[in-house]
Design a protein around this ligand. Structure first.
Ligand code: SF4
Length: 115
């Protein structure tokens, strides 16, 4: 069993599946190791909710807004503020870098609005 806290994987024993009468029905193409593997995620419920809402007009509009505002901001930070790679190590350093980048982006936008 693999457990990252957010993602879990369970494997059946290969020897159990090898002699199981349900093997043909149970195993699929992705179970190449010869034993059943199940995956679960902390985010599974949220992912399913989004999947079922993907054709709602409200959802499509929110997605469009995200593409304009969020994705554009991420792209600008990536190429303009060197967020492709971080120079310092550690989560705190990464958070500092991201916050400074966001602050710089906001200052640039405020200056652009003033002009
Ligand atoms: S996981 Fe499927 S194939 Fe493997 S022992 Fe259980 S029922 Fe049989």
């Amino acid at each position: 069993m693999l457990n990252s806290g957010l993602f879990w994987e369970y494997w059946a024993e290969k020897k159990d599946c090898g002699s199981c009468p349900l093997r043909q029905k149970c195993l699929n193409e992705t179970d190449k190791a010869g034993a059943r593997k199940l995956q679960d995620s902390y985010f599974k419920t949220a992912v399913q909710q989004h999947f079922f809402r993907q054709w709602e007009s409200e959802y499509r509009e929110a997605l469009k807004q995200r593409q304009i505002w969020c994705e554009g901001t991420f792209a600008a930070q990536k190429w303009g503020h060197n967020l492709t790679r971080l120079l310092r190590r550690g989560l705190e350093a990464a958070e500092d870098h991201c916050l400074l980048s966001a602050a710089a982006l906001n200052v640039k936008r405020m200056i652009r609005c003033l002009n």
